[in-house]
Design a protein around this ligand. Structure first.
Ligand code: PEP
Ligand code: MN
Length: 342
């Protein structure tokens, strides 16, 4: 952090500010210019109350240079984190040269529906099956998910097809259940800043897929990931799922520029969800291709056997046969980038 003194601030004020910085447990490094003095502050300045320095006599402003997140930052760990999810069908990897795939319906509706979708996806090579048993719906009157019976259906799919399970927890109690059944705990967009839930996920013993909030900046997303990591769980993947913009040609705007931006600041893998990111079935394939081309470490795709009858997100769900095409094309694009889809 830099403390910029007012033009012409007397030396005694600079001395007082330096003393205050050191009394707070940091080091002060004054640099005297012709007109202005700037004081560099070193130490773990994340814990420093900027306001307490800004109010000292002679201080013009404080400039924060370092990022407030640490464990998830690229400065902390230079190499890409490769997240490896063990499943009965083998490990699924996200990051480095690996591009992971997650597919399945928005929600688990019935055992028949979930099995009818899981069977062709297993044939198409999917090793991580998604499906919500707890649904965070905009309306309290919409289908909220089957809860534990839904988790039991997912568990039966794991037993039958060998696919690992990705499913959402919407509250702390839900994490207790989801942790028992799932291979990856999903934290949804609406809960990205639910700090108590993030801390609970940070104490879980399963990897976490953290979705970007509907209007969250990259820094906010990384701070949310830091909450999870700071509790001890560093098995995290980020997920771009579209944000709200003025554009009205799609439900959300899939912000693919966040992929290289996140990789510059963080070592964590970042995947893309073109299903929620566009909200329209016909846009899922082109945006999935683009996500792989831009360097995403994985995809999450909503697939339904009867999208017109789906209890949630049918309009953005593709058919299993369409998924097979998507997978093939994305794999081909990944190969151009010397990566492979798994
Ligand atoms: C979902 O994955 O079905 C979901 C509800 O996603 P999001 O939290 O991104 O809206
Ligand atoms: Mn959905």
């Amino acid at each position: 952090m830099l403390v910029v003194m007012q033009t012409g601030a007397p030396e005694q004020q600079v001395k007082d500010v330096c003393e205050r910085i050191e009394a707070l447990g940091f080091e002060a490094h004054p640099i005297f210019g012709a007109f202005k003095t700037v004081i560099g502050v070193t130490g773990d300045t994340r814990r420093l109350d900027v306001g307490s320095l800004e109010s000292l006599p002679g201080v013009a402003e404080c400039i924060i240079i370092g990022k407030p997140y640490k464990l998830v930052s690229r400065e902390f760990k230079k190499e890409d984190t490769v997240l490896s999810i063990p499943t009965p069908l083998g490990d699924v990897k996200f990051g480095g040269e690996h591009v992971g795939m997650i597919a399945g319906p928005c929600a688990v509706e019935t055992r028949e529906q979930a099995f009818a979708i899981a069977a062709p996806l297993a044939l198409a090579g999917v090793k991580l099956f998604r499906g919500g048993a707890y649904k965070p719906r905009t309306s309290p009157y919409s289908f909220q998910g089957l809860a534990v019976p839904g988790l039991e259906i997912l568990s039966a799919i794991r037993d039958k097809f060998g696919m690992g399970i990705v499913t959402e927890a919407v509250d702390n109690e839900g994490v207790d259940h989801v942790e028992r059944y799932a291979d990856v705990i999903q934290i949804g967009a609406r809960n990205m800043q639910n700090y108590s839930l993030l801390k609970r996920a940070g104490r879980a013993h399963k990897p976490v897929m953290l979705k970007r909030g509907l209007s969250a900046t990259l820094d906010e997303l990384l701070m949310a990931a830091e909450y999870i990591a700071s509790e001890g769980n560093t098995q995290i993947m980020l997920c771009e799922r579209g944000v709200r913009t003025f554009a009205d040609h799609s439900r959300n705007t899939l912000d693919l520029a966040i992929v290289p931006a996140a990789k510059a600041l963080s070592h964590l893998p970042i995947i893309a969800d073109p299903s929620h990111g566009t909200g329209q079935r016909r846009k899922v394939l082109p945006l999935a291709r683009a996500a792989i081309a831009v360097g995403a470490d994985g995809l999450m795709i909503e697939v339904h056997n009867a999208p017109d009858r789906a209890m949630s997100d049918g309009v953005q769900s593709i058919l299993p046969a369409e998924f097979t095409q998507l997978r093939e094309e994305c794999d081909a694009i990944a190969h151009v980038l010397k990566r492979s889809l798994n």
